[in-house]
Design a protein around this ligand. Structure first.
Ligand code: ZN
Length: 372
């Protein structure tokens, strides 16, 4: 019984407290509504003043700012005026830095450098994101999305921080035509520059390296891996497997693998036979995946810019392209090759990535030339 009374007493007290505070609670919400109303009132007054404004194209950003879709401008209701995107950016330097970073995720450096200092073609502000696009004189359109968590301190208006992940992130696209670039005979003094160029273009490659040069340049081997690229074996010192016979090849491959494991803690799964020379008994005796090529750039032979055309005249979806990072001339014209591959919409990946894009499992004791 006593417990029952106690319950009713608590209930009464609760009702009393609620009814006491009710007027305050409702006055708070009335205040909120009136603030909103006054905001809407000033917006309505603004629209009335500027009779050309199409009401349906006005989108709320926050209590003070509205985005006007029809001409990509922003209405600042506290100032009762239209403002340009640049007027709502508080820190243009940091804003440009953010733009640069996000554009680089999607586009190669040469594209980003071309567009970053141009005026935006459009600047669309929602309550949680800004979509910006650039239109080049050639008619190419590049767009990028900034999310609230990254720009909220750089602009005058408020935003909602609710977008997870990076909307500009790009993964491997299985629907795009793809090729694997392969660089043989290194690592060497040009390899770092080759890596830098590939990174500038957001492209990948597989480096088939010699054990003897891995010993000499372990830091470069590490950098190839740290840059997200792939390393394969090209034997210890470029001796033809067919001359080494099965026994010699087994020793050569395992010696190279030991050096690589010392540097990276991993094993070499892919092997490119020096000179591409391999026979059935070697293929069947070594537990690795052999990778040859379908496009020979002949960079080792022509030693000039002609190798670029040798690749571009035949390259197609699924090809494995042979290049050498030990020739200065290959490095000198590599930018041209990568630019042309980019302009022709090739996705440039590692050998393993190309196999995976094409849904072809890489098996050991097999020789691959291309993935189609
Ligand atoms: Zn070679």
């Amino acid at each position: 019984m006593k417990r029952g009374y106690f319950f009713y007493l608590v209930l009464l007290l609760f009702i009393f407290i609620i009814s006491f505070f009710m007027p305050f609670i409702s006055s708070i919400s009335t205040l909120k509504i009136s603030a909103k109303n006054s905001n809407i009132k000033s917006l309505e007054a603004f629209i009335e003043k500027n009779s050309f404004i199409d009401k349906d194209s006005v989108v709320k950003i926050d209590d003070n700012y509205y985005y006007y879709r029809n001409d990509d401008s922003i209405i600042d209701v506290s100032k009762m005026s239209f403002v340009k995107p640049v007027d709502v950016i508080k820190n243009m330097d940091l804003f440009k830095e953010l733009l640069f970073k996000e554009l680089r995720i999607k586009y190669p450096l040469f594209v980003v450098e071309q567009i970053i200092n141009n005026d935006f073609d459009s600047f669309i502000v929602s309550n949680d994101r800004i979509d910006i696009s650039y239109l080049t004189t050639e008619g190419n359109k590049y767009d990028v999305t900034l999310v609230c968590r990254d720009y909220k301190n750089l602009v005058s208006f408020g935003c909602v921080d609710d977008i997870q992940g990076d909307p500009n992130s790009v993964g491997i696209d299985s629907s795009k035509k793809s090729v694997a670039l392969t660089f043989d005979d290194g690592p060497c003094v040009y390899t770092n520059d080759v890596i830098d160029l590939l990174l500038d273009f957001n492209m990948k490659a597989t480096f088939f390296e010699l054990g003897s040069l891995m010993e000499r340049y372990p830091e470069i081997v590490k950098r190839v891996l740290d840059s997200g690229f792939e390393v394969g074996s090209h034997g210890y010192n470029h001796k033809a497997f067919t001359k080494l016979k099965v026994g010699g090849t087994l020793k050569d491959i395992s010696r190279t693998n030991d050096i690589y494991r010392e540097i990276s803690g991993r094993d070499l799964k892919l092997v490119r036979p020096p000179y591409g020379s391999i026979n059935a008994s070697i293929r069947d005796s070594v537990d690795v995946t052999f990778v040859k090529w379908s496009v020979d750039s002949l960079d080792w032979k022509v030693r000039d810019e002609r190798y670029v055309e040798n690749v571009m005249s035949v390259a197609k979806d699924g090809d494995i392209i042979l290049l050498h990072d030990i020739h200065k001339t290959t490095l000198e014209h590599l930018r041209d090759l990568l630019t042309r591959l980019y302009n022709e919409n090739f996705q440039v990946v590692t050998v393993s990535e190309l196999a995976s894009i094409k849904g072809i499992p890489l098996e050991s004791r097999k020789v691959y030339f291309k993935f189609v």
